[in-house]
Design a protein around this ligand. Structure first.
Ligand code: GFB
Length: 326
């Protein structure tokens, strides 16, 4: 029988041992977690810094593939950011992401790459999708306006993988991770996602002896969080075990309100002042809990609880304190 992975036997579809694997965007939070996770796979990991390769430049990307000849490619490389960055820099979010994914996916096809995994995001789904959001909710309704441009680019990436699979038979797959957090996150308050922002705000409020910390929006939106090491594990699992054109959700299966999340972060950091909402800032989509049924049916589930994940991330944050967080 064929399962949803397209796998007939239940054996690993694509073992990574001995393969040359390029992690595009290895300095980002997801890329660096992938490099850590791949260390135990017996593969040859190749990377390129931004100075060595500008992913926006098509001919440079094609040349890089011709010179390096990877067997497999992970594509966490992307222009990413939190709600404010997405809302205020739509041109960068659509242009950079379209260029990066189109260049890599097309060049991977030209170079005969055996397998490629593209990363999307849970914000590709309609703003008011039925919860938990199944993969087939894609393109069934209007998008959340604060991240529409990023979402359109990521939807194009999924469609590129599907199209190259259909027309050229490329084994290109897509995964849709939920909101990720962990070591290597961006703690810049203007551009970050909510979890690192809350951690930094609570940490600084505690240091300065502030009586309150301000969070954006009403605090009522619900978000699903997954530790980046769990995400990397799921991505390696999919690379090895999944081969079909439908994208796969990658999440923890649980969501939490931003206000509750703030309380956990404040407790972890040791800030016991007041939490104040700034409703002049956007809430974004009210809820985006993804269905993890497909990934579960393939045999993967997350293992890091949110409180533990936040505590680990805070330890990492404290170790980085000497580094400039601006
Ligand atoms: O993580 P976040 O920026 O992005 O915000 P999204 C999640 C929620 O946290 C929103 C609230 O309701 C924010 O208003 N929030 C509260 C804060 N305080 C803060 C704060 O200090 N900083 C930030 N950043 N948020 C992004 C998308 O959506 O998520 C991207 O814009 C992508 O496209 C990414 O999909 C995963 O979850 O709203």
């Amino acid at each position: 029988m064929t399962d949803i992975s397209g796998n007939h036997s239940g054996d690993v579809v694509y073992p990574l041992a001995g393969k040359k694997v390029w992690v595009a965007g290895h300095r980002g939070m997801v890329g660096s977690a992938l490099v850590r996770r791949l260390a135990s796979e017996g593969c040859d990991i190749v990377t390129a810094t931004r100075n060595e390769l500008d992913l926006i430049r098509q001919s440079d990307v094609e040349k890089w593939f011709a010179d390096n000849k990877p067997d497999a490619v992970f594509v966490p490389a992307a222009k990413v950011g939190g709600i404010l960055a997405n809302d205020t820099r739509p041109a960068e979010f659509i242009y950079d992401n379209l260029m990066i994914e189109a260049n890599i996916i097309h060049a991977a096809h030209l170079a005969g790459v055996e397998k490629l995994l593209f990363l999307g995001s849970s914000c590709i789904y309609p703003k008011l999708a039925q919860q938990p959001i199944r993969e087939d909710a894609l393109l069934t309704g209007p998008l959340e306006p604060t991240n529409e441009y990023y979402a359109i680019a990521k939807i194009a990436g999924i469609k590129l993988c599907q199209a190259y699979r259909r027309q050229y038979g490329c084994d290109f797959i897509s995964a849709m991770p939920t909101n990720l957090y962990g070591p290597g996150d961006n703690f810049n308050l203007q551009t970050s996602h909510v979890l690192p922002a809350l951690m930094r705000k609570a940490h600084e409020a505690k240091l300065h002896g502030d009586k309150e910390m301000i969070i954006w929006g009403s605090g009522s939106p619900l978000r699903e969080f997954l530790h980046v090491d769990d995400a990397a594990d799921a991505l390696v699992f999919l690379m090895k075990n999944y081969s079909a054109e439908n994208h796969i959700n990658v999440g923890s299966g649980e969501d939490i309100s931003i206000l509750e999340l703030t309380h956990i972060v404040a407790r972890t950091v040791g800030f016991d002042g007041q939490i104040v909402t700034d409703t002049s800032k956007p809430d974004g989509t009210p809820r985006k809990l993804m269905s993890g049924d497909r990934l579960k049916s393939l045999g993967w589930h997350s293992s890091t609880g949110l409180e533990k994940g936040i505590a680990d991330t805070y330890r990492w944050f404290l170790q980085q304190e000497a580094i400039d967080l601006q």
